[in-house]
Design a protein around this ligand. Structure first.
Ligand SMILES: [Zn+2]
Length: 237
């Protein structure tokens, strides 16, 4: 059993159980219809058609056939390739969401079935392919998925690579000491660095502290004189 996490599981009637001999790659299709309409068609036994996955223009990703089972999307290519049907009509380009969803399927096929993250050159190669590349053996669908989507296939591979790589930690994210200094100064508004370099007090606040120190020093001096005077009086007494 091989179902992709992140894809909505909507099993359809049309498939061959345990019919997937191997997985060389993922084949991109265009529906000539809507996501729901295509799902209905794949549940109609007379259609004799299905695909493993389907995308909607607005960002829906569905899995219709388990990838251990054979979907019926590209004739002689069914036993060895997975299939993705994309909502739209011939001549359309894939939406941003569809590019992301196709990339997610390719990335999952890479991790689960070992599909290489590159463009396939033909039915005997591996990677990301498209329906028309199979020629008459794959049903002769020369306009599926159409030249605009074929031109987008490298972008799907690039996005799948980013998904597999995961978030990258960029080492130059760390600010330099100069950047930290400039950041503090930008927010300082006349503040003076403390012993740790943090700008916490304004010049005016520092002046007030200095004034208090001066006043205390004066008081201490006066008290010292008073003590001296009293000491003299006690000695004379
Ligand atoms: Zn097709």
């Amino acid at each position: 059993m091989a179902r992709m996490p992140g894809a909505e599981w909507h099993p359809v009637r049309n498939y061959t159980a345990d019919g997937q001999d191997e997985v060389r790659g993922v084949v991109v299709h265009i529906m000539a219809g809507t996501l729901d309409g295509t799902q209905g068609w794949f549940n109609n036994p007379t259609a004799q058609a299905s695909s493993h996955f389907g995308t909607g223009k607005g960002g829906a990703l569905r899995q219709w056939v388990d990838t251990d089972d054979r979907a019926w999307a590209q004739s002689a290519g069914n036993r060895t390739w997975l299939s993705v049907e994309n909502e739209g009509v011939g001549g359309d380009a894939l939406t941003e969401q569809q590019l992301d969803d196709n990339a997610a399927v390719l990335a999952w096929a890479h991790e689960h079935h070992g599909v290489p993250l590159r463009l396939a050159t033909g039915p005997n190669d591996e990677g990301l392919g498209y329906h028309a590349m199979g020629g008459s053996a794959w049903g002769g669908h020369t306009s599926c998925p159409g030249p605009r989507i074929v031109a987008q296939l490298p972008e799907i591979v690039a996005r799948a690579k980013r998904l597999v790589a995961g978030p990258t930690q960029e080492e130059d994210d760390m600010p330099t000491p100069l950047e930290i200094w400039n950041y503090r100064n930008k927010n300082a508004k006349g503040k003076i660095p403390d012993a740790y370099g943090y700008l916490t007090k304004t010049a005016g606040q520092v002046d007030k502290v200095d004034d208090k120190v001066d006043a205390l020093t004066t008081q201490v001096a006066a008290l010292t004189r008073a003590v001296a005077t009293l000491t003299d009086l006690v000695k004379k007494g």
